[in-house]
Ligand binder design. Structure first.
Ligand code: ZN
Length: 228
């Protein structure tokens, strides 16, 4: 038999389902909620309800949003033809922090990871290729994470984008491994500069058609931190 009254046991059991929350933490949180004011407890319950009821994925970029299309995809001041591909919605915040990117996004919701059973078909890749094939995109920045999985995802995407007509692929100068045939890859300044230049449209070569830029996402995060 449980040591706690049924509602308390139920709350503890639900909290235990959260990542990183074991039995002890779940009990501690449950007792905190029990002791909190009715208003605070209701606010927590309401926030949990709203996050499920009101948030969805943007039908264009897969960002988490309460309006569809999301604020980026519906912005008239952003360059809708410059798409930065990220693994998770949280990556967008890091890029926005730099204040140097004025394009839009595409969220994959993960990275290719055969060890964890995640293949390309589990990611939001087909909708990216559709955006490109529809002729709505001039440049794609591959901002996957600097991990084995992130690199593998960028490599896979490069191939897919090339097949979709993105022939003029550009890699960051900071990257040691250059993916793709040597003739179509050009070196590029550091990612921080690249984002600025991408915004100003001054340094990304556009002659040979649509462009793909790949870079190391960690550099971008460092830029964001040093500027604030
Ligand atoms: Zn969107």
């Amino acid at each position: 038999m449980s040591r706690f009254a049924e509602p308390m046991t139920r709350l503890i059991d639900e909290l235990k389902k959260l990542p990183g929350i074991g039995s002890k933490s779940a009990q501690r949180l449950a007792f905190h909620i029990l002791r909190s004011s009715d208003d605070d407890a209701e606010a927590l319950a309401g926030a949990v309800r709203d996050v499920k009821a009101k948030l969805r994925l943007c039908s264009v970029c897969n960002n988490i949003t309460d309006v569809d299309p999301c604020v980026y995809c519906s912005s008239a001041t952003r360059n809708q033809r410059l798409v930065c591909v990220v693994e998770e919605p949280t990556n967008i915040a890091a890029i926005e922090k730099t204040k140097h990117f004025n394009g839009v996004y595409h969220v994959l919701h993960g990275s290719i990871s055969p060890l964890n059973g995640v293949g390309p078909e589990q990611l939001r890749i087909s909708s990216l290729i559709r955006r490109v094939e529809n002729g709505n995109v001039d440049e794609v920045i591959l901002a996957t994470n600097p991990t084995v999985e992130g690199e593998a995802t960028a490599t896979y995407l490069s191939g897919q984008l090339r097949r979709a007509g993105f022939v003029n692929a550009v890699s960051s100068a900071s990257q040691s491994s250059v993916v793709g045939s040597p003739g179509v890859w050009k070196s590029f300044p550091l990612p921080s500069l690249m984002l600025k230049n991408a915004q100003e449209g001054s340094s990304i070569p556009t002659k040979a058609g649509p462009t793909v830029v790949a870079f190391n996402f960690s550099n971008l995060q460092i830029l964001g931190e040093t500027e604030h």
